[in-house]
Write a protein that binds this ligand. Sequence first.
Ligand code: SF4
Length: 118
Amino acid sequence: MLIDRWAGRVPKTIDELVELPGVGRKTANLVVTLGYGKPGICVDIHVHRICHRFGWVRTKTPDQTERVLRDKLPSAWWIPINETLVRHGQQVCKPISPICSVCPVDRDCPKKGVTRRR
Ligand code: SF4
């Protein structure tokens, strides 16, 4: 499809990228931000989960979270939020049992939906 439709080039917009088989908004946002330096918010499962725990969003899917963040999040954070929260989610704010005792935002985090923590 890249060869037939885009002359072998990777499209530069999210709308065009999501037409490619297997490409969702998470990947499309990653391509436009890291590949082309354009604005975008890559929301994976870590970003989605942690934004819920922060109380920033109440959404069902990462795609919905991305749309809310586009309204709420200052643009300076659109690109860095992914790496920041992915790393935080892998090391501290883990899916099943977050390690709140070592978390730098423990005092300020409302811990929405967290039932078990360390
Ligand atoms: S305080 Fe706990 S729930 Fe909140 S961000 Fe930190 S690890 Fe996650």
